[in-house]
Design a protein around this ligand. Sequence first.
Ligand code: PGA
Length: 249
Amino acid sequence: MRKKVIAANWKMCKTPDQVQPFFREFLPLVASHDRDEIAICPPFLDIPAALEAGKDSNVAIGAQNMHWEKEGAYTGEICGSMLLAIGVTHVIIGHSERRQYFGETDDVVNLKLKVALELGLIPIVCVGEVLEEREAGLTEDVLRRQCLRAFHAISGKKARKMVVAYEPVWAIGTGKTATPQMAADAHVLIRAEAAKSFGEEFAEQLRILYGGSVKPENAKALMAESEIDGALVGGASLDPKSFAAIVRY
Ligand code: PGA
């Protein structure tokens, strides 16, 4: 059995003063929840407040991005060792918004993934097709390419902590969710790619999350799919009650 991960992606939302009130309401709602791993990925600036508010709880704190170098002249960037130094455990890599608005390529995703794994962070690597690709019947090709290039030159031993999130771009923030079956089909393909890169046994253990308009109303049906090992939640994770309802689906 793969333990599910329910992760929040706050994107560019909430100021540091809004973090503690969120946790004050959220933590009691999930206090006895040990069925799944829970992670919250706030903006960088909110991370210290989240670490403080989530201290000694069952909620891990992640970042939404990191640079691929260990340090250096990269104005405005944050590297993995900085995250690690303050107690961050998870990091989202290659989110479609990074790919779309900040020019992140498959090769950049690969570099970041390598470094995150070397540092011992738990990377949540995002893959997913845009609407035009789905409509053109290219979903499988796109997922294969994104996985192959993201996993390039990484050993199964190194990749052990990796989590993948399947996020069809047309479902992100749109209210359109992939059906559980659509998601499961994509997950099977991603798992097969992982098997090619890292071996069958690795692929069997790999946790593949679904992301894209996950809400309290659809979480149960999605999580019931044996191929779906958790969720990456954007909009619905901003409200403590709604995110708790997803965690407790
Ligand atoms: P959404 O975002 O839940 O708001 O669709 C998901 C994501 O981008 O990770």
